[in-house]
Design a protein around this ligand. Sequence first.
Ligand code: BG6
Length: 465
Amino acid sequence: MTAPPAADTLVFFGATGDLAFKMIFPALQAMVRRGRLDLPIIGVAKPNWNAEKFRARTRESVIEHGGLDPAAFDKLAALLHYVEGDYADPATYARLGRALGRARRPLFYLAIPPALFGTVVAGLKGLSCAEGSRVVVEKPFGRDLASARKLNRLLLSVFPESAIFRIDHYLGKEPVQNIIYFRFSNSFLEPIWNRDFVKSVQITMAEDFGVKGRGKLYEGLGAVRDVIQNHMLQVLACLAMDAPKNTGSEALRDEKARLLQAVLPLAGRDAVRGQFRGYRDEPGVASDSRVETFAAVRLHIDSKRWKGVPFLIRAGKSLAVTCTEALVELKAPARTVFGERLAGRGDVNYLRFRLGPEVAIALGVRSKAAGEDMSGKQTELLAVERGTGEMGPYERLLGDAMRGDAMLFAREDTVEAQWRVVDPILDGRLPLREYEPGTWGPPEADRLASPFGGWHTPGVTGRKG
Ligand code: BG6
């Protein structure tokens, strides 16, 4: 198969926004540093800005997020152009058309609030180079299944599916890709990766900070829309999917879609919502807000491989620590040959995938404790441990989108399957449980995990969180 042609210009909408400041400019500088970026970059945003201000903002961004590399920054600055204007004004697209000049394959990056997607996509439709272009869309991709479908229809009215790149930055993370690599490149895993051997799977995404001034935005989201529908379900898909049929991008996306389509829509009894005490005092947050800053869910996958195995996910703000970790716990041996009572979480085999802030894959095993008795102790074998010197997710994903490689982007069917899973609990009718900042969320969440030995405290085996 021939590789798709690379983009010849990067255009990003929302150039003065928060996402550009925190993620995109630093990723662009990193790409220049690695010699992976040498094309014109056109920022589109507010009126009353100009190229000078745009460069200054880019500089501030890299200083604050990752550090200024003077040589790389100078090269990046030379690539930057700016088009100002209102997204609803046709004159903005006329200016953009002129700035694009002879470009034939621009990559349009929509780092803008979803409410503006329609306006911008309609504006792009009129550009002469629209046909050879690609578009990158940031999450949240819709607010529920119906709005995601509507958004898909809108994008598909201008771009073919192969030209739409829906970002979920978790897919750009090395340790998330490594779940798939590790699973399918080690022969000892596949035979036990099923309901006969796996007791439960847990994923925890904990953040020890609140909404960091994003209160207004967060009010329109909540934990389920912000991270469970996307990041967490993608991690679940990596943990549970079948092996792709070949090495192509679509084969991997096919298996993920198949897995997510087999996840049953959430029942109210399998979900707990929480809000940390103090959230309502955050700027931009309603004093009677019912938005959840924590959610715990218990999912079931209707497949031969996973029938009956609980997949537990919890994610929240203002929790005890910041870390993301998945734990796949295996059943105890069928017979306890040495008469030991193996009941607790730390007493059985497990695989622990630490996804951040540090990275690790560890295997929990038992080995004999020295002495006359045939009794054992729990040991953790560390399979992979890495620092954070790798390519950041935005750098990876931007590079892939420019080259036209969609493997690490969410496909239409996957996004819709993910919404189908969480849709039943989006109406806000589930009780909202208050929790203290710095804890593991509302105690009511324990109910979901207690039949399976309780929640695993990330990084600490054998103890309940
Ligand atoms: C974003 C969410 O998508 O992911 C944030 O909107 C969250 O609320 C962030 O904090 C977490 O990303 P990471 O890469 O720091 O785990």
